[in-house]
Write a protein that binds this ligand. Sequence first.
Ligand code: UD1
Length: 321
Amino acid sequence: MTVPPVHDRTVLVTGGAGFVGSHLVDALVEENEVRVLDDLSTGECTHVHDDATFIEGSVSDPSFRDRAMAGVDLVFHEAAIVDVPESVENPRGTHRVNLEASLDLLEDARREDARVVLASSAAIYGHPEALPVTESTVSEPTSPYGVQKLALDRYARVYAALYDLPTVALRYFNVYGPRQRGPYSGVISTFLEQAGAGQPITIEGDGEQTRDFVHVRDVVRANLLAATTEHVGEAYNVGTGDSTTIRELAETIRDATGADVPIVHREPREGDVRHSRADVSKARDRLGFEPTIDLESGIRDLAGRESLEGDVSSAIHDRRG
Ligand code: UD1
């Protein structure tokens, strides 16, 4: 996959201290003026590249947003409260950040005439009726988070159609990779931590549920392609098109880490999606997106890093460029 370079732009990455955002900053910082807006609610300032301008503040706060948006050409909107259970507990609070602040950002982008690439989610599909999921699959989100992402995804389209604002929504499937940490961080990082600590790997339910795991580096590539595509006003699935059972995942992680730990089962998660797999043909055809990292090598790589002492994430940057 050839990714046309994004260069000589003033770029804002909201959530640029977070998991996806910080990797995106790393990919952009050499050839662009990059700003990061992040309130560090889940991100870490050590993940922000030294050459980026870091504005610590919330995307919901107009004074920070104004500063961050002034004169930008391109915005990658990654900031969000991605904790689905939190959105169930607190629909209003998560709505404010995930939707209202995003809408304000789209308005700012209109003023600045800036392209916006925004993080949507497979959560908008809820329990899909058929697999793989195409972009035209009926959206029936099952959480406030999914509703918020769906509304944002649709706003992006409407802003392109009504105001000629170049927007692209990327519907992330299960993203994994270095720097994915914290209490709501995804099954791969949880299993790796368990294996690394010599604790049992805990499968929720029977482990036959499946997910489409996409490496964060491929997600960054999708974002860079979205930054230059002429096919704007569209939403694209960002996954691999392959799926893996959680049981296979547990075994792969146990093998890759060499941990001598049992794989145990506990109660299934309430409302858990049974199967999820992206059809990525639209992203392939229109953006030229091609996932490049298969799950096994992605995990082997992570397992190696987990055993490294020190700043794992900067090691990645050094090695991979
Ligand atoms: C993921 C996203 C979520 C998005 C959704 C869209 C993450 C962290 N979350 O949720 O933002 O809304 O896709 O479909 O990427 N599991 C275990 N043991 C554990 C942890 C998880 O068995 O210790 C299982 C879960 O029950 C689930 C699967 O692993 O079946 C994946 O869980 P998780 O990584 O939390 O992601 P999703 O629920 O798919």
